[in-house]
Each structure stands twice: as structure tokens, then as C-alpha cells.
Design a protein around this ligand. Sequence first.
Ligand SMILES: NC(=O)C1=CN([C@@H]2O[C@H](COP(=O)(O)OP(=O)(O)OC[C@H]3O[C@@H](n4cnc5c(N)ncnc54)[C@H](O)[C@@H]3O)[C@@H](O)[C@H]2O)C=CC1
Ligand SMILES: O=C([O-])CC(=O)C(=O)O
Length: 342
Amino acid sequence: MLRSTFQTLSKRTFSSTSINPYKVAVLGASGGIGQPLSLLLKLNHNVTDLRLYDLRNAKGVATDLSHIPTNSTVKGFAPDQQQPDALRDTIKDSDLILIPAGVPRKPGMTRDDLFNINAGIVHDLAQTIAKEAPNSSILVISNPVNSTVPIVAEVLKEHNVYNPKKLFGVTTLDLIRSSRFLSEILKTDPTKEHVNVIGGHSGITIIPILSQLENCSTLSQEQKNELIHRIQFGGDEVVKAKDGAGSATLSMAYAGATFADAVMRGLNDEKNVVMSSFVDSPLFKNEGIDFFASKVTLGPNGVEKIHEFGKLNQHENEMLETCKETLKKNIEKGYTFVKNKK
Ligand SMILES: NC(=O)C1=CN([C@@H]2O[C@H](COP(=O)(O)OP(=O)(O)OC[C@H]3O[C@@H](n4cnc5c(N)ncnc54)[C@H](O)[C@@H]3O)[C@@H](O)[C@H]2O)C=CC1
Ligand SMILES: O=C([O-])CC(=O)C(=O)O
């Protein structure tokens, strides 16, 4: 699944032939993620109209990217006197909206520590999306994803435009880290390693299911535990190394562009496009958990099918129980935030 996505993305990267014209908007486009993400989207030949929005420097980033000879137009939008309706103009008629707007972590912080600032940012962006672009596929990158996705859902519900098939929490970074970290241990080709990662996108809510992989049976329990921990806390590794200068940006841009490419291929009715994402899911709704990350098949209407995650071993079942407790609280925190805004 991931291999075909990697291959498709790299094969298509420098093609100048347009196959499917998609309008794509990036909100928070001048940031650490936003800039390289916009670059990768500029190189994707399915994107013909790229619109970049940020509180600062979006026009500069857009002008810079617009010189690259691929077939998309690029426009930058900033909420100033010249563009009072900048956000509306950015997202109008969009097929896809990617949201990396918000503050990143510093060492010692959890993703949940970002809630107070990012919840408001995502909430306000979602209000305009609900009014101006309710039919877009919305890809939420801003952390804490476990709470920001429910926030967007609640805002769309308030406007009676919620389409659960078109709202995605981007968890692709957990997948690409799993592929890379596992291949480092097994000394294999990372593009051929695919770990089923379920749950949410923060620490213990990230559950890599190693027991489903034949080649993991050669690993000792200690190696497996270390690998699980590294996948769960891969984000901390980057935050620590950047030492106050933010969190993952380049690998996240790659992950976001990979996921956006998959969503566009689904919209274009390509068959068997399967990616993991944090979506409105029936898997644990009866336990009050409305969102859960698992593999989904993407199609012309967004999520076509939510896959069961298969058999877990005892340790993974224990991880799932802990994950669910945290996830439930994270989701409710998002709901409460929107309720209190009314
Ligand atoms: N889902 C995932 O796997 C990952 C998520 N993230 C999250 O992505 C977010 C962005 O991270 P970075 O790009 O490193 O941060 P950054 O600070 O470099 O960039 C954020 C950008 O958002 C802009 N922004 C802030 N408020 C805005 C608003 N109301 N409208 C439009 N733009 C606005 C800022 O001006 C800035 O350019 C963070 O919340 C981070 O935690 C980061 C890595 C992985
Ligand atoms: O760790 C962070 O804060 C950013 C993130 O979500 C990741 O790298 O997975």
C-alpha cells in the first residue's frame, strides 16, 4: 500500500502532463511544514491550482513556487487590507484543503499542550471552510490531531455540512516512520516494509501492530518493545534534536503530500487506494470513541471503506485499551471546546 504510494509519488513528481485537475489549498503554507508541503504539491501533476494561505509571507512563498515549470498555478493569500476575504478566496471551490496551521512543540511539551492555541486556530479555519468550501476533502495536520479533527467535525455539524467521509486526520508520518525504523533493524528496503498502525496520533495512542508481520517474528521481545516505543515517540526524537526550533517538518511534508496524493487518486476513482487515517469510524463508536485511525480505502467520495484492523496479541490488546482511554478524553476535549465557543 505504502510502497505503491511512494512509487507513484516519485514517478509522478516531475511529470508535466496533467491528468486530473485538482484545486488544492494549504492553510499555514509559510510554516515549517507548509513550505515543503506546498513544494511537493507543486510537483504533483494532479494539482493544477495551488492556493497558499498564511498570516505571513504566503504571497512570497507562492511567488517563489510559481516559477517552477509544472502545470499548476500558485497564488498566495494573506488576510490584509488588500485581501479582506483572503481565506474565502483561498478555499473557494477547493477539492482538498490541507491544514498545517498552528504552533509546533518545544522540548518537554506534549501534543496536548498545543491544544490551547491550536484548537482556536483550527476552529476558526473550520468555520470558514463550513461556509465556503463544505464539499472539500479536509486534511488536518495541526496538533493535537486527536482533538483538532473532532473540532473540525463539530464545526461542520453546527453548519449542517458535516461529511464524515471527507474529514481526515493525517497520521501518515507514523506509517513512514514505521517503515523506516523497521527496515533499519531488519536491514531491508524501507519502501517494502508496511506496518499496520492504528489508534490516534500521540504517544501511547499510536499502536503499531508488529504481530501481523511475519518478518518481525525474528525480533526479540526487547527489540520489538524498543521499536514500538520509537514509533510512538518518533515525534519527540525530532523535537529533541531541533532543540526548541520546532518539530518534524520535512518528513511531515513528505507524509502530507503522500496522503494528499492518495486522496486525489481516490477522488479520481483509482482502485485499491488504501491508507491509514484518523477518521470518523464505527470501530469503537459503541464505546464512545467517534474517531479512530485504521486503514481506509479512498474513493471518489472520500472514505469508501474503513478496514477492521485484524488480530492483536495480548500486549497489543493492552496497548489498545490504554489508547482508547486517552483517545476518548482527547476527542471529548475537542467536542467541549466547540460547545463552549457557542
Ligand atoms: N499530524 C502530524 O503528523 C504532524 C503535525 N504537526 C503539527 O503541524 C503544525 C504546524 O507545524 P509547523 O509547520 O512546524 O509550525 P510553524 O510554526 O513552522 O508553521 C505554522 C504556520 O501556521 C501559520 N498560522 C498560524 N495561525 C494561522 C492561522 N490562523 N491561519 C493561517 N495560518 C496560520 C503560521 O503563521 C505559520 O506559518 C503544528 O501544530 C505541529 O504540531 C507537526 C508534525 C507532524
Ligand atoms: O511530535 C510532534 O509534535 C509533531 C508530530 O506530530 C510528529 O512528529 O509526529
